[in-house]
Design a protein around this ligand. Sequence first.
Ligand code: TXA
Ligand code: MG
Length: 342
Amino acid sequence: MSFSVKQAVELLNQGIPVGMPTETVYGLAARIDLPESIKKIFLIKKRPFFDPLIVHVSNVNQAKTLSKEWSIICDELAKKFWPGPLTLVLKKSEQVNELISSGLETVGIRHPNHPLAQQLIEEVGCPLAAPSANRFGRTSPTTAQDVLEELGDQGIQTLDGGKCSVGIESTVLSVNLVLTQKSTSQQWQLRILRPGLITKKDIDGVLQKIGNYSWADQEAGSTLSSPGQMKHHYMPAIPLILVPEHMSEKQLALYVQQRLDQIPREFEGVKLHVPRKIEKIVELKLSEQAEIAARELYANLRKLAATKADIIYFRLFKSYQLDVWQALRDRLEKAASLKFTD
Ligand code: TXA
Ligand code: MG
């Protein structure tokens, strides 16, 4: 018999983390009021304690209990995008254990749009902290089977909610109250810490009518790092190489062969299998429609990593530079070991 919500609730109440489906990627969930259980999440994932966790709620009222600075900005964003793939990073309340926020003053909060996640949080009656359910630095899981492959050896049980409909992690948005002597009303500063399906433009579309906010200085298209936003992340077990659109496989094999020494065997603690000789190469293919490509990305990467090829490559086609690809660009570039440019 498959693992039920009732069984998942029992485990969570005993302080044992469980795999939880969401619309973005699968998470490894634990009750936020059981610090030992939160600690287990870090140990199971081999995640450094400086990388904070996102807290998942089943409604806005629950979200409000987690933050000291819930504002009209948050109300509007939640009204439009929740439940959905938007995480709000806000000043935290006392309810949030410092293990969750890695000692920061803020906490990431999200209301996931998946019926099983919502049911689970409701039945537990407590928000759930959940990072993606992969070993640290690796490709995020988008099916229950992926979680089994990532964390099954640690005895993790997972609620099977099918394939994730979004496929890449939520947009992480920091909403920060700025106090200036001149200002008589509250001013908010926004910053995208991790791009996702919901873009800056989408957010502006909702907030422009309110107006008391600005975007933190940020280079166009770039993202400022948040703790744990490493340069390399989401990596498949074999090297992923980004190549110009028209490079032939033959050219590519030669090129990579000459540069094998440049591919580190380990990135920020994540081990990578680098071959001695390039014999088998496989292409990562994605839909040209960004939303569909997002759904395919991690599943395809996993499939290709399992073929035991020496390297995976991805062609940087023209529209790759367009805004709609920003979140995918972020994931692909962090997953890649090498990038060739024309
Ligand atoms: O879609 C998602 O967000 C998935 C699903 C499971 O909800 N979760 C997820 O969690 O991707 P995780 O832990 O893999 O990534 C969370 C990211 C990390 O880069 C972390 O540094 C950032 O969010 N983050 C969390 N809390 C933060 C905070 N208080 N300040 C800044 N960044 C924060
Ligand atoms: Mg993750």
